[in-house]
Design a protein around this ligand. Structure first.
Ligand code: ZN
Length: 172
């Protein structure tokens, strides 16, 4: 088994461990908050809007502990679950493509605080986008496909070991 396979399997374990903090005693009056963002863990899942939640009068007596949310844990460990490889993007469309990706990130995170674009890398004229959630990869690829209808695109998927997913978007 190569190192890459190990890494992808680790991602799955990490995500599961992070989603259901075993050490967190459910039913007690307490929540987990992520020090990196505005998310909090309450009633078995992570949510957006921690500050607003804690500001509510009925929540003033809640105790909380700081724990990295699964998304930030994944980012901290250099892991990802979804990857979109955008091959040969036209130079005059680069800004438009990057804006689309950033907007996709905002919408995804607003819906689910654990859904993030991790980063956009430029590599040999290609764009490599990594995400914290596997299905985000093909959703983003579809968005790009829909937005650039005049460009010939070829999208292919690879179900990687574990839950990770890689999608290629080829501008031709
Ligand atoms: Zn976080």
């Amino acid at each position: 088994m190569d190192a890459k396979m190990n890494k992808k399997q680790d991602i799955v374990k990490l995500a599961k461990a992070g989603n259901e903090p075993a050490e967190f005693a459910l039913g007690k009056k307490g929540i987990l908050i992520c020090p990196e963002d505005d998310s909090y863990y309450f009633k078995k899942s992570w949510h957006n809007g921690r500050r607003a939640f804690l500001n509510r009068r009925e929540n003033h007596d809640l105790s909380f502990r700081k724990v990295l949310c699964p998304a930030d844990l994944m980012i901290k460990n250099g892991l990802w679950e979804g990857k979109v490889i955008i091959e040969n993007p036209p130079k005059d469309k680069l800004t438009e493509i990057k804006n689309l990706i950033r907007n996709f990130d905002k919408v995804a995170q607003a819906k689910d605080t654990l859904d993030r674009i991790i980063k956009i890398d430029s590599e040999k004229g290609n764009l490599i986008v990594t995400t914290t959630e596997n299905q985000m990869a093909h959703k983003l690829a579809k968005k790009i496909h829909d937005a650039f209808k005049k460009v010939s695109l070829k999208t292919s998927y690879q179900k990687a070991p574990g839950d990770a997913e890689i999608v290629w978007v080829k501008f031709q």
